[in-house]
Write a protein that binds this ligand. Structure first.
Ligand code: OAD
Length: 229
């Protein structure tokens, strides 16, 4: 028998217990910066040096973080299920926990690119130097999808969610579109679970809520899914 398909849709909350700040739990500030200044294309045009500094700092911070139990349980699901992770996170904690199929909707901290995003390069945890140029002569920038930019992997994520038997949403305020709209692509008869200590507003009616932090919530989810099987 073929394995059931599970899609995990994750947001900043899954990495909170690894020590990475969420976006909307601190009054619109992200690590003491206005989100518009450091996570929008206009912010980049206004002050690229500030943006480069900011993401260099995030990359250094990431180096010292480790995946938590929630990331690890997501990876363990691959033993019994056909799993895809669709994440809004730019950290690499799903990869480091062992997940093998990950769609990074909002880009990746450990990569850099040219301004038209046609050339992407792995930089690991290294800084981007201010004033660095890409091969085409444009400014080298963090490989992040900022506000005001297209989300190229959206269609790929939709295709995965349309085929799922189980959708598990973890640690996202579902405040940012188009990612937040993905929930509505789950097939009618799929099971949908949402794990978050502060359940966000969501219009879908057939969601089973687990009002817990990601680590505790994932352990509960495993028990629920085992019972249902
Ligand atoms: P948010 O900061 O908007 O939401 C984080 C969610 O995680 C909230 O619902 C919290 O209640 C929940 N949370 C907090 N601690 C948690 C824990 N220990 N376990 C589980 N959940 C917890 O983050 P996102 O929804 O990911 O985009 O934000 C979406 C996008 O907005 C981000 O990808 C980013 C941001 O601007 C870009 O940078 C382009």
């Amino acid at each position: 028998m073929s394995k059931k398909k599970v899609v995990f849709l994750t947001g900043a909350g899954i990495s909170a217990e690894s020590g990475i700040s969420t976006f909307r739990d601190s009054d619109g500030l992200w690590e003491n910066h206005n989100v518009e200044d450091v996570a929008s294309i206009d912010g980049w045009y206004r002050n690229p040096d500030l943006v480069i500094d900011f993401y260099n700092e995030r990359r250094r911070q990431l180096k010292n973080c480790i995946p938590n139990k929630a990331h690890l349980i997501v990876a363990e699901f691959e033993k019994d299920f056909d799993v895809t992770v669709v994440t809004q996170n730019v950290d690499n904690l799903h990869e480091r926990a062992g997940s093998s199929k990950i769609i990074h909707l909002h880009g990746e901290l450990t990569k850099a690119c040219n301004e038209s995003k046609t050339f992407v390069t792995d930089i690991g945890y290294n800084d981007i130097s201010k004033g660095s140029r890409a091969a085409d002569g444009s400014k080298l920038r963090p490989f992040i999808v900022w506000f005001g930019e297209a989300v190229p992997l959206l269609e790929t994520a939709i295709h995965e969610i349309e085929k799922c038997n189980i959708l598990v949403i973890i640690g996202t305020s579902l405040a940012v579109y188009p990612a937040a709209g993905l929930v509505h692509y789950a097939p009618k008869h799929s099971e949908i679970y949402l794990i978050d200590p502060k359940i966000p507003n969501v219009s879908s009616s057939n969601i089973f809520f687990i009002e817990e932090k990601a680590t505790v919530g994932m352990e509960k989810l495993v028990d629920i899914i085992k019972k249902n099987d």
